[in-house]
Design a protein. Structure first.
Length: 504
């Protein structure tokens, strides 16, 4: 992407822009007068963001020194917003390596400041007693602070905002369980913080004086137990009072599976969240207030943060979600080139139907698929497949949609992710469920030579080994029901869509 280097304002490098915080920080920096460059492993995942044409987007990986060095060229402020959450047993080494590369390349490039978002660690708790993820967060912060580049580390506990993993966990636990048996950590004191206060502090971090290099605690005005957070959420959401019965036998591992069953947050992500709640995480200072721009503004309270988040959810204005970030271990290979692909077996299921509707009506149905709208085919089969995926440690069907009507590249969509979208014409989804291979689902709204709408649907599967081959042949008999039914029901739904008339 071309970028105008003559534009005034310091240049900020943002890593993690495809994630929850990074995707929201970029427009805040642009609004504050900064130029922004984003480093992403998959640059295409940022192309449909509203701010994409105002930022420079480059490809690269934070663990690759060469790509980080290129991204650091002429950068004034470098934001480190990547964490290897739920990426496997070696996540600590991955985080450590990425932090060292980032610190070394920033120093070599003459970067003026590093800004990093970390986790709030409990005071007076030995490092070996911290959860692995909190321990890794503290280690990464130490590496960046020791880089020789002035560094701002912001340490936050539970972030409350529409689409955040912490908010989604709180929301679904409270809404779905009027009576709940909970782990003992519901009595741990926590200082939650609104996402808008985190973003404000991150922007302020870029403008700090050169002699400031330290960590800052970032929190809201309320210190609550998780039990109190659930009760207050219920009150704000207009729900009856919840009955909460804590029991001591639910370990972090067991409670993460419990969270994974009840909420859209998979156990692999719920575990680091719940492990971090074993110890009290309360701010010990609010020094960041001295560096926030503009007149003093009190931080957003818990009830107001919940109210704002719920309003955005209900108005379908969730700009990023916890699932915006890539799922560890999920397939990321691009769709094999058609039709002459030489990479091994590639199985396909192709359906095509004429539709008694306009192409526009057909596309509205296609783009609205998934989430609360469902998959137009044998709901029980989709539900069972989602449950099986959750039991195998996958994401299942509960991630839903970011927006009920519109999709963009990189959006999570139940156990799929949007790999490609051509508005009005093509939607390609890549499977992120646990599979012995790679899978895609394509849906096209086309027209024939007479201008009639044609729905074309294609499922593709690239098996891995004999297990993948066996999987395809085992599920093939169900394709007529699942995929055939999907094509027919999408065509039927498009035909019954009311005609939208536009007036001048």
């Amino acid at each position: 992407m071309e970028h105008d280097d003559t534009h005034e304002g310091p240049l900020c490098l943002v890593t993690g822009a495809t994630g929850y915080i990074g995707g929201r920080l970029v427009p805040e920096l642009l609004a504050a007068g900064y130029r922004v460059r984003c480093l992403a492993r998959s640059p295409d995942r940022l192309r449909d963001h509203p701010w994409a044409d105002r930022a420079e987007i480059v490809g690269g990986d934070v663990t690759d020194a060469a790509s980080v060095a290129r991204a650091m060229d002429a950068v004034d402020v470098a934001y480190h917003l990547v964490h290897a959450m739920s990426s496997g047993e070696d996540f600590e080494e991955t985080d450590r390596r990425a932090a060292r590369v980032f610190a070394e390349r920033a120093a070599a490039a003459g970067v003026r400041r590093i800004v990093h978002l970390s986790g709030l660690t409990p005071a007076a708790v030995p490092e070996h007693e911290l959860s692995p993820h909190l321990r890794s967060r503290a280690e990464v912060a130490g590496i960046l602070l020791a880089s020789g580049v002035p560094t701002t580390v912001l340490r936050a506990a539970v972030v409350i905002g529409s689409g955040s993993a912490s908010f989604e966990m709180l929301r679904y636990l409270t809404e779905r369980l009027p009576v709940m048996v909970t782990p003992s950590w519901v009595h741990t004191r926590i200082q939650p913080v609104a996402v808008r206060d985190v973003l404000r502090a991150l922007v302020a971090g870029a403008g700090m004086p050169s002699d400031v290099s330290r960590a800052f605690d970032v929190g809201g005005p309320d210190v609550l137990t998780y039990r109190q957070m659930m009760l207050r959420y219920a009150a704000v959401a207009g729900l009856p009072r919840r009955i909460i019965l804590p029991v001591p036998v639910l370990t972090p591992g067991l409670s993460s599976h419990w969270v994974g069953l009840v909420t859209p947050v998979p156990a692999s992500l719920a575990r680091p969240l719940t492990e971090s709640l074993r110890h009290e995480v309360v701010c010990h200072e609010h020094d960041i207030a001295r560096f926030l721009p503009g007149p003093p503004v009190p931080p957003v309270g818990f009830d107001d943060a919940v109210r704002l988040a719920l309003q955005r959810v209900r108005e379908a204005r969730v700009t990023t979600r916890w699932s915006s970030a890539s799922v560890a271990g999920a397939p990321s290979d691009p769709l094999p080139t058609d039709p002459d692909w030489a990479g091994g077996s590639l199985y396909t299921d192709h359906r095509e139907l004429a539709v008694d509707a306009s192409p526009e009506a057909l596309w509205r149905v296609v783009e609205g698929i998934g989430g609360a709208n469902g998959w137009y085919s044998f709901p029980l089969a989709w539900a069972v497949r989602g449950w099986l995926d959750r039991l195998m440690g996958g994401v299942g069907l509960r991630r839903g949609r970011r927006d009920a009507a519109r999709l963009r590249v990189g959006d999570s969509l139940d156990f799929w992710r949007v790999e490609e979208i051509e508005p009005g014409r093509l939607l390609r989804l890549r499977a992120e469920m646990r599979l012995p291979g790679l899978a895609w689902l394509e849906m096209r709204a086309d027209t024939d030579e007479d201008g009639r709408a044609i729905y074309r649907q294609r499922a593709l599967f690239h098996p891995h080994g004999l297990l993948g081959q066996a999987y395809w042949w085992i599920v093939s008999p169900f394709h007529a029901v699942v995929f055939g039914g999907m094509a027919r029901n999408i065509a039927r739904a498009a035909a019954s869509t009311p005609v939208v008339t536009r007036t001048a």
